[in-house]
Design a protein around this ligand. Structure first.
Ligand SMILES: [Zn+2]
Length: 286
């Protein structure tokens, strides 16, 4: 059966737009409900772009089917001169590894932090150059520049090319997946999101993270910026040690995302949180 591709849907929608626009010129009254259909279609496509874990816009890793007792820790939006070293120290204390999804522009400002994190055995991954709120509106050329400039800098600093990309806020568009496939980059989302940039209540964050925490989970945290608790401290200073302790209690090892993917049960495909099979992993990882 032919696969439904998001770009085809966009093309079909454009044709529909054109047909309906032509119809509107001659049958204005008849077109009124049809224009409602177009509006609804466009709204649905927009909603898809804003759905970070939806596989409709291409393969996206939200959870990994693994045979090992591992979960991936991922930190976004750094490096940050104040918070990243603190997080690295906590990870070292618990002998945990993580993936740092770095913003290219910030990595250029604090290159030493990338070297230190990579030297400590963490993986450095690509989180775009500018982390623009308009990322999902960019065309193919600008998206490629966001990916490639960051990829080049992080490879240079860490000594290893990133193997995963995460879109800013997880917002994608139909042009992103082909670019990532050409570069053998995984598109990474998450199964557990802390909302640690927004929520000052550490107990609530911990509850959010512990719910359904099983092997293969991908946890999204932030070292680039953090909400402050009632004592004015970044929430992760409280949440991260408890999370790492909790993982040890459950017999789960905190690893970086490439390590979690390496433990992928090859008889199954990476699974999204709803248990549906995502599309196959890039050739480079088979
Ligand atoms: Zn981000």
């Amino acid at each position: 059966m032919p696969r439904l591709d998001a770009r085809h849907v966009f093309q079909v929608t454009n044709v529909l737009d054109g047909l309906l626009a032509a119809g509107a010129a001659t049958h204005a009254l008849a077109a009124v409900p049809a224009l409602g259909v177009v509006a609804a279609t466009q709204a649905a496509l927009t909603a898809t772009c804003l759905c970070p874990r939806c596989p409709f816009l291409g393969p996206v890793i939200t959870r990994v089917a693994t045979t090992k007792p591992e979960v991936a820790l991922t930190f976004d939006d750094g490096p940050d001169a104040a918070l990243t070293p603190r997080i690295l120290a906590l990870l070292a204390q618990y002998d945990a590894r993580a993936s740092f999804f770095c913003i290219g522009r910030r990595a250029r400002q604090t290159p030493q932090l990338i070297r230190v994190a990579a030297g400590a055995g963490h993986s450095i991954e690509n989180h775009s150059w500018d982390h623009s709120p308009r990322f999902a509106l960019f065309g193919s050329r600008r998206l490629a520049r966001e990916i490639d400039d960051t990829q080049a800098l992080l490879t240079d600093l860490s000594g290893r090319p990133p193997t995963c990309f995460r879109a800013p806020a997880g917002f994608r568009n139909p042009w992103l997946a082909p670019l990532l496939a050409e570069r053998a980059l995984y598109c990474a989302a998450w199964s557990h999101r802390a909302f640690d940039t927004l929520d000052p209540a550490t107990a609530r964050i911990e509850r959010r993270l512990s719910r359904g925490l099983t092997p293969g989970a991908v946890i999204l945290l932030h070292d680039g910026r953090n909400a402050r608790d009632s004592a004015g401290r970044p929430v992760l200073e409280t949440v991260l040690p408890r999370l790492l302790q909790g993982l040890q209690t459950r017999g789960l090892r905190a690893v970086d995302l490439p390590t979690l993917l390496a433990g992928h049960d090859r008889t199954r495909r990476p699974q999204d949180t709803a248990g549906r099979a995502a599309t196959p992993v890039p050739r480079a990882f088979r």
